[in-house]
Design a protein around this ligand. Structure first.
Ligand code: NAD
Length: 483
């Protein structure tokens, strides 16, 4: 690492401050199970300070700034971000155990998200509405206000980029509360906002526990919106906590994506995508195709290919550039993944490969688990219905389009889906019938700043990325003038 980030203070009102009712505690490296250093966390009083700073900035300098000045700051920040990719990737990998090659690739794209939203900041005009001659009617688009952003441990910097980009472009100010397991990269981010010269209080970063700091942020009457990424059960709790203040909410929640392989697919390409998508991020991504739906004529071949390809996954220390897959991000996630292996066996699915913790030399202290494949999975089994969030692929056979669609839509989730076929008509037919916010055809997990992303059903409310992302950070005011 070339840059010295500090992690033992909170970033509030443009200053690095000692927590009032939080403290400093060890952050665990999931590759060793040991502490790598001390990180500050805040309590409700720290959240109060951060919200007050964000409110003051919103009413003051940030609101007075012209949209192009805000855009210029965001561009400066994006350039700093682009120049800091290696440092940010090292911090995030140490915190959540993601293989460094993946962290570099993913974080390497984030500056583009900030640049893209910066480019929209001065284009948020309203419209005029035709009326009779005596009345002039028009709309204006105004920032929602102070936004509490609550992010998960699997992709802290990505989740932050997807929220802070549109929030700041819209003219909102932000209190960012990262997940308790992975607070460091968000504090690193605060250094870049400071260096870019953002006015004090526009961005505040307060790591802290969900049920204390997080819940206080949600309940806070001076917070106008909560932008949340995490589990559906947490979202329901957040809704109840925030109900009293009727603030705005956007939710990016879990998924159990169907990845459908038709017999006429380019099988090598489809398998590359399907296996990568089972094990990327050690299985800890909402978008991964954890349900692999395989048309029966190619089912046995696909099962065999998954077995062979699992054996080629290099599991290892995440900082090693040769490593494909690091550990699970924390102990509870490791326990959860292993418990689902037991559930799958008990349900009668065939464990083709994997399923165990890896305890060989050098990895024994960390939360490493083998790439795991279940075959003979029935659509109603728990391993096909519930989000495991580990490197566990469930291979489900099907016959024909109708059954594929029925299985694909047969969960409470609807975030992403993929399908592989050489038949263009089928590609259009099936993609339109799938209940998901994002459907990929003959590709998978292709996501960009300009493409709206989000869930239907219990996978979320609202969209991140794309022009649509700005909607949830803006209010529309209609003005009617009698002439
Ligand atoms: P989580 O719901 O446990 O925690 C997410 C955040 O919520 C953390 O910052 C946590 O501190 C906070 N939190 C917990 N309880 C809270 C409360 N009562 N009030 C306020 N905040 C509270 O989720 P996680 O385990 O960190 O992340 C994994 C989940 O996130 C998975 O379900 C995954 O699918 C989902 N996810 C979705 C997307 C997406 O774009 N749809 C992206 C990444 C992750």
């Amino acid at each position: 690492m070339t840059r010295a980030f500090r992690f033992d203070r909170l970033f509030i009102g443009g200053e690095w401050v000692t927590p009032i009712d939080g403290g400093v505690r060890s952050s665990i490296d999931p590759a060793t199970g040991e502490s790598w250093g001390d990180v500050a966390y805040g309590g409700p009083q720290d959240i109060d300070r951060a919200v007050a700073a964000a409110r003051e900035a919103f009413e003051g300098p940030w609101r007075r700034m012209s949209p192009w000045e805000r855009a210029a700051l965001l561009r400066r920040f994006a350039d700093l971000y682009a120049a800091s990719v290696e440092d940010l990737a090292q911090v995030e990998t140490r915190d959540n155990g993601r293989a460094i090659r993946e962290s570099r690739g993913d974080i390497g794209l984030h500056a583009q998200y900030y640049h893209w939203f910066a480019s929209l900041a001065d284009k948020l005009g309203g419209r005029t509405i035709p009326m009779d001659d005596s009345v002039h009617a028009f709309t204006s688009r105004l920032p929602v206000g102070v936004v509490g952003t609550i992010t998960p441990w699997n992709v802290p910097l990505m989740a932050a980029a997807w929220k802070l980009g549109p929030a700041l472009a819209a003219g909102c100010t932000v209190v960012l509360k990262p997940a308790e397991q992975t607070p460091a990269s968000s504090l690193a981010l605060a250094h870049l906002f400071e260096e870019a010269g953002f006015p004090a209080g526009v961005v505040n970063v307060v790591p802290g526990d969900g049920p204390t700091a997080g819940a206080h942020l949600v309940a806070h009457p001076q917070v106008d919106k909560i932008a949340f990424t995490g589990e559906g059960e947490t979202a329901k709790t957040i809704l109840r906590t925030g109900a009293e203040t009727l603030k705005r909410f956007s939710f990016e929640l879990g998924g159990k994506a169907p990845h459908i392989l038709f017999a006429d697919a380019d099988l090598d390409q489809a398998l590359n995508a399907a296996t990568a998508s089972a094990w990327t991020l050690c299985g800890q991504s909402c978008a991964l195709g954890s349900r692999v739906l395989v048309e029966r004529p190619i089912y046995d071949e696909v099962v065999d290919q998954f077995r062979q390809r699992a054996a080629r996954v290099r599991v290892g220390i995440p900082q090693d550039p040769a490593t494909h897959m690091g550990p699970q991000a924390h102990q509870q996630q490791l326990d959860k993944t292993l418990s689902y292996v037991g559930i799958g066996r008990d349900e009668g699915a065939e464990l083709v490969t994997g399923g165990s913790r890896i305890e060989r030399d050098g990895l024994a202290g960390g939360y490493f688990v083998e790439p795991t494949v279940f075959a003979g999975v029935a659509p109603d089994m728990r391993i096909a219905q519930e989000e495991i969030f580990g490197p566990v692929a469930a291979l489900i056979p099907f016959d024909g389009e109708d059954e594929a669609v029925a299985i694909a839509n047969g969960t409470r989730y609807g975030l992403t889906a993929g399908l592989w076929t050489r038949d263009t008509g089928r590609a259009h037919r099936v993609s339109q019938r799938i209940e998901a916010g994002m459907v990929w055809v003959n590709t998978y997990r292709y996501i960009r700043w300009s493409t709206p992303y989000g869930g239907v059903k219990q996978s979320g409310w609202g969209r991140e990325n794309g022009i649509e992302a700005l909607d949830s950070y803006l209010e529309t005011r209609t003005t009617i003038v009698s002439t």
